[in-house]
Design a binder for this molecule. Structure first.
Ligand code: SF4
Length: 450
């Protein structure tokens, strides 16, 4: 398997990589299929299944699907143009995109939330259809949004055997498990980041790699900054107030007063993560890390490293991201990074493991690990707000604590990363469906919706 740093970290929009970005990407793929078809199409239809239906309204899955069918993509998303296009489709009940004839699409009638059983391939399924002049379906495709913005057709999903590829990648260090990764590191004398870099250079130049990672950090850091300035109530109806700015202002005011408790550093880590996840909940630009719901952990730990750790250097940002991507790739390849598949242990848990390994690496250690085994996904009202926003802050704190402990250890651990990842896979498999991003269990049913 080879999962690029640009697969694990993708510039996109909130609030969800699997429920917002994935459907938009799937719709774009469907347009390409239509363009390559000899048929003449007159209309479009879409249906959302499983978790995409149950939490689709909270995640704006319907809007993302429609905008994807209108030609929008997460990485080039323009909010103003999207608003205008969405209003136009609603008023004209027609979708117009380059390379295809105008196609009838009524958002109220042609997009269906299917609350029946999930599609067989994955909890996040959607079916897109194109019709002829009589309204008969002449082409349709099933897509699965498997987490982190990754999308597979039903055929690709079946061929891949779930989310796990069977072929070894043609790269210098084709590790598929943590044990292999550490063994290759010991044999080569290279760090995880150096091996990952060598693998990346198999597909792109060093200039492109470094420029791409610089952009990733720029978008992450801008997101933190915007989040620390944002005020007001987050959309969706839960009336969740944005808190990052208030925490930031208070922390700044306390500086230099000689009254700051040592644990205040935790508030800085939480602040950075919450800023990102409030931006995500508001539909802003974020970097999936490895998902949108968990997008705050990795940037928060990197910002903490840069701003608070003595001797930190911006020259290590690339190594941080490469190490995190290597660990995230192992989680995705051997278990999951999808809350709808394995619960939040696969999202915030994977993000914390990525961040822990990354900060440990740039501080001179071998990988530290933090797991959140068993953590369910239970977003209140299907919104990536409660418990997601604060959960990212705590994920960042746990990641840094794990790295700190590892740096004080001798490198010997009873539990390996592979054992954690396999346990996450098994726990996710056995987890009741209501705890997998359906909002049918956990906090989602015990917190009153107002
Ligand atoms: S609870 Fe975790 S997995 Fe579920 S939506 Fe929130 S961040 Fe994502």
């Amino acid at each position: 398997m080879f999962l690029s740093v640009f697969d694990m970290f993708k510039v996109g929009i909130g609030p969800s990589s699997s429920h917002t970005m994935g459907p938009m990407v799937a719709a774009a793929r469907f347009l390409d299929t239509l363009r390559a078809s000899p048929f003449h199409f007159h209309g479009l239809r879409a249906s959302l299944h499983g978790s995409l239906a149950f939490t689709g309204v909270g995640h704006a899955t319907d809007r993302a699907t429609i905008l994807g069918l209108a030609g929008f993509a997460p990485d080039t998303y323009d909010a103003d143009k999207a608003d205008a296009a969405f209003a136009r489709i609603r008023d004209t009940r027609t979708i117009e995109v380059p390379g295809l004839p105008p196609m009838a699409f009524d958002p109220l009638k042609d997009l269906h939330f299917d609350f029946g059983p999930a599609l067989p391939g994955h909890a996040n399924g959607m079916i897109l259809k194109a019709t002829d002049a009589q309204g008969d379906v002449i082409l349709q495709e099933t897509y699965y949004s498997i987490g982190g913005g990754f999308v597979l057709t039903a055929a690709e999903q079946a061929e891949a055997g779930g989310t796990k590829s069977k072929t070894r990648a043609d790269v210098p260090y084709p590790f598929e498990t943590a044990a292999e990764m550490l063994e290759m590191a010991a044999r080569s004398g290279l760090t995880i980041a150096a091996m990952k870099r060598a693998n990346e250079l198999r597909f792109r130049s060093a200039t492109d790699l470094d420029a791409g990672m610089a952009r990733l950090w720029q978008v992450m850091n801008d997101c933190i900054s915007r989040g620390m300035e944002g005020t007001g109530i987050l959309p969706g109806g839960l009336k969740v107030r944005r808190r990052a700015k208030g925490i930031h202002d208070a922390l700044i005011a306390e500086r230099g007063l000689n009254m700051t408790a040592p644990h205040t550093i935790n508030d800085w880590m939480s602040l950075y993560a919450m800023a990102v996840n409030e931006e995500n909940a508001a539909g802003g630009q974020v970097v999936t890390a490895p998902t949108n719901g968990a997008a705050g952990v990795v940037p928060a730990v990197l910002r903490y490293y840069l701003d608070h750790v003595p001797g930190a250097s911006t020259a290590r940002i690339g190594d941080f991201l490469l190490t995190a991507a290597a660990i995230g790739g192992l989680c995705k390849h051997n278990a999951s990074i999808s809350g709808a598949e394995c619960g939040c242990q696969a999202e915030v848990g994977s993000a914390a493991a990525m961040a822990a390994g990354a900060i440990c690496a740039v501080m001179g250690g071998t990988p530290a690990l933090e797991h959140h085994l068993g953590m369910t996904c239970d977003p209140v009202k299907g919104l990536v707000q409660v418990p997601c926003i604060e959960r990212n802050g705590l994920g960042a704190i746990k990641a840094v604590s794990a790295a700190s402990l590892a740096l004080r250890g001798d490198g010997q651990h009873l539990v390996s990363l592979d054992a954690c990842i396999e346990t996450m896979r098994q726990t996710g498999r056995d987890m009741h469906e209501k705890y997998k991003e359906t909002s049918l269990g956990g906090l989602a049913v015990n917190v009153p919706n107002c």
